[in-house]
Write a protein that binds this ligand. Structure first.
Ligand SMILES: Cc1ncc(COP(=O)(O)O)c(C=O)c1O
Length: 391
């Protein structure tokens, strides 16, 4: 980072002379492509702008439908709406990602893209979703914003569909403070991402003022300072993943002692990046009792009950259902959002209302991991005992 500050060139393009050969963004793009074994990486300013850029580069726009899960982050539908397309929500199953059957049912003549979101560090059932995409000639865009470093059957998430996106915001396994990236093996998609995220510049010469603009773009650039942070972080990826996997394994062993606790279905457990351990209780009442107990003890932090979360689960997205935008949506978008009602996803409600995700710390000692597990186990035992008394 100091070398960027010394040259004073904080921008990723241009200024070839004064930057004295320092190209942090390019260096990080190369490091990511090398690490993930893909052809191209385009860094941008956030995971949200990575999704918007990827959707645009994939040709998705006004009137197109994008199938996405009802458990994700708001950025998934924000980016779809931002390109003029219609987010079509589908159920999740116990993988906490798209339920393939619900995806099939959501397909219409307007469907252009399936967007699985690899939530909480682990993967969607990509074989099933890729089959559907192939059968219906659809684009598959992987939102791997939460799952950098995770793999499915030996391949890194994000590199399996037509394109994949990552977030490098502050809470991710690898961070740039703020940042995002698109990966693809398709040169045309990459070139479009490169131009679109920098006002449509063709980046053919050394004089930015003489660049041509084959299409209209925006400014979604990452800065050299953010890229420098990412570069230092990405070198530690294997170390971060190994610690997460160790702590995850230890915590899971503690929780496994309670037969009423079951765990998220992971299509390829060996590829889990283990940022979270997601677990289920048999009923919503029990789950709420455990959450209330942890909250009352002041130790809820790090245990996420997504069912009540305003960012991540459809049930709380009133602003989406009400189409509360600051400017006009197109007519098809408005109609699409009108079709959503709070009880649209009974399968997901039945799963998410029983699910808790415990974030895995990088700095936990073995003792602390055991202690966290024991606290959860005690709260679950208490809730189970309470439910036996009342039933
Ligand atoms: C699934 C998912 N998609 C997209 C994003 C957007 O990333 P950013 O915060 O970098 O814009 C996030 C961020 O947490 C996310 O979890």
């Amino acid at each position: 980072m100091n070398d960027v500050l010394e040259t004073g060139i904080l921008m990723r393009y241009g200024f070839d002379g004064p930057r004295k050969g320092i190209w942090k963004s390019k260096e990080l793009e190369e490091a990511i492509s090398r690490k993930l074994g893909c052809q191209y990486t385009q860094l941008v300013s956030s995971g949200t702008s990575a999704l918007t850029t990827a959707l645009t580069a994939l040709g998705i726009g006004a009137g197109d439908e994008v199938i996405m899960p009802c458990f994700t982050f708001v950025a998934s539908f924000e980016s779809v709406l931002s390109v003029g397309a219609i987010p079509v929500l589908a159920e999740v199953d116990e993988t906490l990602t798209l339920q393939p059957e619900s995806v099939r049912q959501a397909i219409t003549p307007r469907t252009k893209c399936i967007m699985p979101v690899h939530m909480c560090g682990a993967m969607a059932d990509l074989d099933a979703l890729m089959d559907i995409a192939r059968e219906h000639d659809l684009i598959l865009l992987e939102d791997a914003c939460q799952s950098f470093g995770a793999k499915y059957k030996g391949k890194f998430l994000g590199t399996i569909g037509h394109a994949g996106t990552f977030s490098f915001d502050f809470v991710k396994t690898v961070t740039c403070a703020e940042g995002g990236g698109i990966v693809t093996n398709n040169e045309d998609i990459y070139q479009k991402c490169d131009g679109f995220s920098d006002h449509g510049h063709d980046h053919k010469g050394v004089d930015r003022g003489a660049d041509l603009h084959p299409f209209i773009g925006y400014n979604y650039r990452i800065s050299e300072l953010h890229a420098a942070i990412g570069l230092a972080q990405v070198r530690k990826l294997d170390q971060f993943l190994a610690i997460q996997q160790k702590n995850h394994g230890q915590l899971k062993a503690v929780l496994s002692k309670i037969p009423e606790i079951s765990f998220r279905k992971i299509p390829d457990p060996s590829g889990d990046s283990c940022t979270f351990l997601s677990w289920f209780l048999p009923t919503e009442e029990l789950t709420r009792a455990v959450i209330a107990d942890l909250k009352q003890q002041g130790i809820l932090a790090g245990n996420f009950y997504w069912f009540d979360n305003n960012w991540h689960y459809f049930r709380k997205w009133d602003h989406l259902r009400q189409a509360a935008t600051l400017n006009n949506l197109n007519e098809l978008q408005r109609q699409g959002l009108q079709n959503l009602s709070p009880d649209s996803f009974p399968v997901s409600d039945a799963i998410m209302s029983r699910c808790v995700s415990t974030a895995i710390g990088l700095l936990w000692t073995e003792e602390q991991t055991q202690e966290k597990g024991s606290t959860i186990v005690a709260a679950v035992k208490k809730a189970l005992a309470g439910s036996r008394v009342t039933s």
